[in-house]
Ligand binder design. Structure first.
Ligand code: ADP
Ligand code: MG
Length: 158
């Protein structure tokens, strides 16, 4: 686990973009954090790093959006999803269990029991100090991405 503080939206954006440039196929990133934490902002910039030209918006109403870039991005937002069984209905497990691109899941903590064995966890929190400051906490679930976390830590050094 490691954490870093960003002092502006741009700093969070820069980390997202670098991760998008660096990632290879088959990674699930679970984003935890309150409304307005910066999950969508992070995802938009990850998409930029994946050379996705399309505007990435929060898929709040259709739960998942798919974008084609250097790799395919599957962007879930589970905020409005109410029942666990609905995950099956939207094909969630088909995407997350053997991802053929990059999967990003906003509000993943709402359905913690339904997440795959291996994922990169990114929790974004406000701090008490400044409205434009966020704490980004990176952690791993499972062993599959152990090296990735170390490499992400290197990317995060400004
Ligand atoms: P979420 O998807 O988590 O609900 P959004 O990404 O939609 O949140 O919104 C995050 C908001 O917080 C944006 O308006 C962004 O400009 C603002 N913000 C302020 N400081 C930061 C920061 N350090 N990192 C990320 N976002 C920040
Ligand atoms: Mg969002």
């Amino acid at each position: 686990m490691f954490e870093i503080i960003t002092k502006s939206p741009d700093e969070t954006a820069a980390i997202g973009e670098k991760m998008g440039r660096f990632f290879s196929k088959g990674i699930v990133i679970c984003l935890y954090g309150d409304l307005g934490a910066g999950k969508t902002l992070f995802t938009q910039n990850l998409a930029k790093g994946l050379d996705i030209d399309e505007d990435v918006t929060s898929p709040t109403f259709n739960i998942m959006n798919v974008y084609e870039g250097r790799l395919t991005l599957y962007h879930f937002d589970l905020y409005r999803l109410e029942q666990e069984y609905e995950l099956e209905d939207i094909g969630f497990y088909d995407y997350v269990d053997d991802p053929d691109g990059i999967v990003v899941i906003e509000w993943a903590d709402k359905f913690a029991d339904c997440l795959p064995d291996d994922f990169v966890l990114l929790a974004i929190e406000r701090t008490d100090d400044d409205d434009n400051e966020r704490r980004l906490i990176f952690d791993l679930h499972g062993e599959a991405y152990a090296n990735i976390l170390r490499e992400v830590e290197d990317l995060c050094q400004f």
